[in-house]
Write a protein that binds this ligand. Structure first.
Ligand SMILES: [Zn+2]
Length: 577
């Protein structure tokens, strides 16, 4: 029968015949494995794996699925037992719609644990097409499976035998291809490239990471920075670090943006803005622990459970320390590291994240009531986290219109307006913190850095938000500012001069925040490296690295970054090498 004849045949089929075909177990023995390998075909298109790896990722799973379908004559039951695979496949297809690439990452499971579910559903609300597609693929086999179980529809023995032989044959070919790829393709790992084996492996890794974090208090108990004070005990010193949220460098007037997003800070003296700062990760729950400790992408995976935060160094030296957070508790290392401060205040405990300006009063209280001359405070802001319009008051809506906040590329200009308003609000908030310290007249400093950036439908990929499995330029290029008081500048002019000298150098926020803070306070510790402090004349730019989903440190250029992102960074004077 020719192709044309087949089409004509299908056209002539009556409703009853179509229904009979749809409910035929022999048809499903072949069709169901084809439905299950849809994500594998998708990954072939989206991933940059070798051709052999891509082919293996289709042939081997198809063979295994065919074997599964011929394992018993009760095809309906087998299809229903494959529900977990269908769920993983459905998630994977939704992911294609979200990010256009990548398998379900370990960090996605971790983000589910560490993110407010309401935020996730805001995004899912915009995924109607993805969900409809998934339903079109996987609801029919579920319904047919139930029908065949009830009606006791089974494969004939000869058909099962034929299918089984084909299944064995295709699986063996798939295994040989996998072996061949393993031997001849550099870096090929079945646990990373064969779907859904890779996702199952990621689930196990996520579970073991959660288990590891649950034992943090035991595994980190013996850690110490063994710090030593080099300054006089009577000298009053007040240091504040502001950890920003989802703020990207591209929208900061101080860093060259052509909109007035920094009206207050632009007029400030004693402020140094670093314009070539990249974060080594695009997700909060890994970025903040690196910022709060000596950890970088190179030792995060091995050491995060065995390290304490910079608070422990300041505590050992008698500082009054405080962690004041406008983010929800999420039982991740952020909470553990933050909770090492003497005073811990999650203002979000009272009804969720508030306006960041509400962090200022608790800061003033810490300064006013400190029993020590030395104060170190970290403010964890909510900054520019989606939904943008909730991050500032209506009277701060400087860029308008900004009412249409639905996550859609059609709303890009309104989303940008709202996002820019969050930066203006952050500008006011940082300025208020600086003012608070300035009014004390003491040795003081404020360092601001964002944990990661954000995509806002910036190019044809139509990426939105952050934490995608592969980073983008705007997700990792972050603002970093250092303000120092007049008295600090008088007492430590070499540090202020170094800040200015280093302002246009390549910086990794994940590496440099810790060393800069330690240097700022004149603390001696074996963990300090002056080539990583922005206050040191000996500062030298690091090689660009990135923490991948497997907690491995890779060269940024090998992180999966697209050429479009390398170009964007290049135009901003940032080399990814
Ligand atoms: Zn974040």
């Amino acid at each position: 029968m020719s192709f044309k004849d087949s089409i004509n045949y299908i056209k002539q089929l009556k409703y009853k015949q179509v229904a009979a075909l749809m409910l035929n177990p022999h048809v499903w023995m072949w069709v169901f494995p084809l439905l299950l390998i849809i994500p594998n075909v998708g990954l072939c298109i989206t991933e940059f794996n070798s051709l052999m790896a891509k082919l293996t990722n289709i042939v081997l799973p198809f063979g295994v699925y065919l074997l599964l379908m011929t394992w018993s004559r009760k095809v309906g039951r087998t299809m229903l037992l494959c529900l977990p695979i269908m769920i993983l496949s459905a998630f994977q297809i939704v992911l294609f719609f979200l990010f256009g690439q990548s398998i379900i990452a370990i960090d996605m499971f971790m983000n589910v644990v560490t993110t407010n579910p309401a935020e996730a559903t805001e995004l899912l609300g915009n995924l109607k097409v993805a969900i409809l597609t998934v339903c079109a693929f996987y609801l029919p086999p579920i319904c047919v499976g139930v029908y065949m179980v009830i009606k006791k529809r089974r494969l004939s023995e000869p058909a099962r035998e034929k299918g089984r032989k084909a299944g064995v044959f295709i699986t063996v070919i798939g295994l040989v291809m996998m072996l061949f790829t393993w031997v001849f393709v550099d870096g090929f790992k079945p646990t990373r490239e064969i779907f859904p084996y890779n996702v199952m492996s990621n689930v196990c890794t996520a579970v073991s990471r959660v288990y590891e974090s649950m034992n943090y208090h035991k595994t980190s108990a013996s850690f110490s920075y063994t710090p030593m004070m080099t300054r006089e005990k009577e000298l009053v010193e007040i240091y504040v670090v502001i950890l920003g949220e989802t703020s990207r460098a591209a929208n900061w007037q101080l860093l060259g943006y052509d909109r007035e997003t920094n009206p207050r800070l632009s007029g400030r003296s004693n402020l140094v803005a670093f314009d070539k700062v990249l974060s080594e990760i695009n997700t909060t729950h890994k970025s903040v622990p690196m910022l709060l400790s000596y950890l970088t992408s190179e030792n995060f995976g091995d050491s995060v459970a065995h390290t304490r935060s910079v608070f422990s160094a300041f505590n050992d030296l008698g500082y009054q320390t405080a962690f004041i957070s406008n983010q929800r508790r999420n039982h991740s290392y952020i909470d553990f590291y933050g909770s090492e401060a003497r005073t811990v205040n999650f203002i979000s405990d009272r009804g969720g994240p508030q306006l960041d300006m509400n962090l200022v009063e608790p800061l003033k209280k810490i300064i006013a009531t400190s029993p020590s001359h030395k104060i170190f405070v970290v403010l964890h802001a909510y900054g520019s986290h989606f939904e943008y319009r909730k991050r500032y008051t209506p009277d701060m809506a400087y860029f308008t219109p900004e009412h249409n906040s639905q996550a859609s590329a059609d709303n890009r200009q309104e989303l940008i307006n709202a996002y820019d308003n969050t930066i203006r609000y952050t500008d006011m908030f940082i300025n208020e913190v600086i003012k608070t310290l300035e009014e004390t007249g003491e040795v003081a400093s404020v360092i601001y850095v964002s944990d990661h950036g954000e995509d806002i439908f910036d190019d044809e990929r139509k990426r939105f938000l952050h934490s995608s499995p592969v980073p983008t330029a705007n997700q990792i290029h972050v603002p970093m500012l250092v303000w120092t008081s007049d008295k600090f500048n008088e007492m430590f002019p070499e540090r202020t001069a170094a800040l200015k000298a280093n302002k246009s150098k390549d910086v990794s926020s994940s590496i440099s925040l810790f060393h800069t803070v330690i240097d700022m306070a004149g603390i001696k510790t074996p963990f300090y490296d002056n080539s990583k402090s922005l206050m040191s004349p000996g500062y030298s730019s690091p090689r660009r690295r990135y923490l991948n989903d497997y907690n491995e440190s890779v060269e940024l250029i090998n992180s999966g970054l697209w050429n479009i992102d390398i170009d964007v960074l290049g135009r901003r004077g940032i080399s990814v090498d």
